[in-house]
Write a protein that binds this ligand. Structure first.
Ligand SMILES: NC(=O)C1=CN([C@@H]2O[C@H](COP(=O)(O)OP(=O)(O)OC[C@H]3O[C@@H](n4cnc5c(N)ncnc54)[C@H](O)[C@@H]3O)[C@@H](O)[C@H]2O)C=CC1
Ligand SMILES: O=C(O)CCC(=O)C(=O)O
Length: 459
């Protein structure tokens, strides 16, 4: 019999054993990479019923192949600071899976970046990108470079050195990086300039998140935050409510947070708190977004300075306290594992009804358990924050067609994509016996298409 046609059902206990043995092997083979272990555990656990019902996946060792990236690149990034000193950082690119399209995923510049961080992000990206319904594979990268306190020229020299190596491994049909923490339109501009010089050609589709004037897409800047709010609104509406009239807490004050706050406010919510890595501001009457945009997008200042313009607001040092503020909707949009068990319990105590993960893996496994046990609606990152990469894929499409769509066109497509993702997640959760569990639904819906493509393409 053809392997792909194998139909005998595996016992659920057998599937559980298969998954737990694989998870142990992942931990053994990737020692100390705790974020990667966590991301793999969340996905594999959800896939038990799929493995039990579709034995072809086990027969083709699909899971074993998926947890091992196609390749992990690690490279030296030497650059010169303004004082003339030579500095050396470490750059990474993980190319996880190109089963359904070129590797696609952001670059993160932050001192905490290491192999575990890029691998967890790249692994998540495989399933998220599949959920978008667009032909993009999973990748991610970055460097342990801290852009904080660096001049524009230092950032430019760093980006040029980083791209000098990265350019050997990317291309519009090979691997298409974009932004993430610490990488916005300015960094993408410097990276693109260096790539263009090295390639000797104007390959607009090699990077996304470009400025509008040279091949960027309208709506990309807003896409992750807007998309997360569209997804949560749909989840809430199915439960008979919505953002209108709700009190919302959002962590972070970067790209994802700002546009999540903007869309939540447009839908009639009151956003009362946001943060940065130093602390959080609480403005009971509702945050003034123009002040946050000025501080963060124009002046590059700390969120602590918000109270200069709004003395009635409160600034608190440290980030964890933000989750003790009573709210109906919480949107973690800063970084991984920012909500642990205690913070999740505080949110439940404060009356939270819905969580929408704008950041990647912002809730620990224990926190997710608290939310699910307490009946809190939970929109997992892979689904909720997929709007950013979706509009990146629309940017690639516009670049290939040498066209620029209007904001209305892009936003309309984004809304349709988020609606479709919500539908695929709920349908997959239902089909595999966990109705309403969007964590399982997102993992299963993302997995099945990649797995089938892997089988079709052979080993
Ligand atoms: N930019 C994008 O299109 C997408 C980003 N994401 C994820 O969203 C999250 C945020 O990314 P961006 O907004 O792009 O980055 P960003 O660099 O624009 O903003 C990050 C924000 O988080 C804050 N922050 C960092 N560590 C923190 C901590 N421990 N506590 C509180 N705040 C902290 C920073 O001060 C900053 O305000 C990340 O998890 C990223 O992987 C996910 C999908 C797409
Ligand atoms: O726009 C992209 O290609 C990637 C965005 C991203 O890094 C993410 O979805 O986490």
């Amino acid at each position: 019999m053809h392997l792909a046609e194998q139909t005998t059902l595996i016992d659920t206990r057998e599937a559980e054993l298969h998954v737990s043995q694989l998870l142990e092997a992942v931990k053994r083979r990737n020692p100390g990479e705790f974020e990667f272990h966590q991301a793999v555990q969340e996905v594999l656990t959800s896939l038990v019923p799929v493995v039990a019902q579709k034995p072809a996946y086990a027969a083709h060792a699909v899971l074993e192949r998926l947890v091992e990236p196609d390749r992990l690149l690690s490279f030296r990034v030497p650059w010169q600071d303004d004082a003339g000193r030579i500095r050396v950082n470490r750059g990474f690119r993980v190319q996880f899976s190109n089963a359904i399209g070129p590797y696609k995923g952001g670059l993160r510049f932050h001192p905490t970046v290491n192999a575990s961080i890029v691998k967890f992000l790249g692994f998540e990206q495989i399933f998220k990108n599949t959920l978008t319904g667009q032909p993009i594979g999973g990748g991610k990268g970055g460097a342990d470079f801290d852009p904080k306190g660096k001049s524009d020229f230092e950032i430019m020299r760093f980006c040029q050195s980083f791209m000098t190596e990265l350019s050997k491994h990317i291309g519009p049909d090979t691997d298409v990086p974009a932004g993430d923490i610490g990488v916005g339109a300015r960094e993408i501009g410097y990276l693109f300039g260096q790539y263009k010089k090295l390639a000797g050609a104007y390959e607009a589709g090699v990077l996304t998140g470009k400025d509008i004037g040279y091949g960027g897409s309208l709506g990309r800047k807003e896409a992750t935050g807007y998309g997360a709010v569209y997804f949560v609104e749909e989840m809430l509406q199915h439960a008979g409510s919505g953002f209108r009239g709700s009190t919302v807490v959002v962590s972070g004050s970067g790209n994802v947070s700002i546009y999540a706050m903007e869309k939540a406010m447009q839908l009639g919510a009151k956003v009362v708190a946001c943060s940065d890595s130093g602390g959080f501001v609480y403005h009971k009457e509702g945050l003034v977004l123009e002040t946050i945009k000025r501080l963060k997008e124009v002046e590059g200042r700390r969120i602590a300075d918000y109270v200069e313009a709004h003395p009635e607001a409160l600034y608190v040092e440290g980030c964890d306290g933000i989750w003790t503020i009573p709210c109906e909707i919480a949107l973690p949009c800063a970084t991984q594992n920012e909500i642990g068990k205690t913070a999740a319990e505080a949110l439940v105590l404060g009356g939270v009804r819905a969580i929408g993960e704008g950041a990647n893996m912002p809730s620990t496994l224990e926190a997710i358990e608290v939310f699910q046990r307490s009946g809190v609606l939970f929109a997992p990152a892979k689904a909720a924050n997929a709007g950013g990469v979706s509009v990146s894929a629309l940017e690639m499409a516009q670049n290939s067609a040498r066209l620029s769509w209007t904001m209305e066109e892009v936003d309309g497509r984004l809304q349709a994509i988020m609606h479709d993702i919500y539908r695929s997640c709920t349908e997959a959760a239902e089909a595999y016996g966990t109705p309403g569990n969007l964590v399982a639904g997102a993992n299963i819906a993302g997995f099945v298409q990649v797995a089938d493509a892997m089988i079709a393409q052979g080993i």
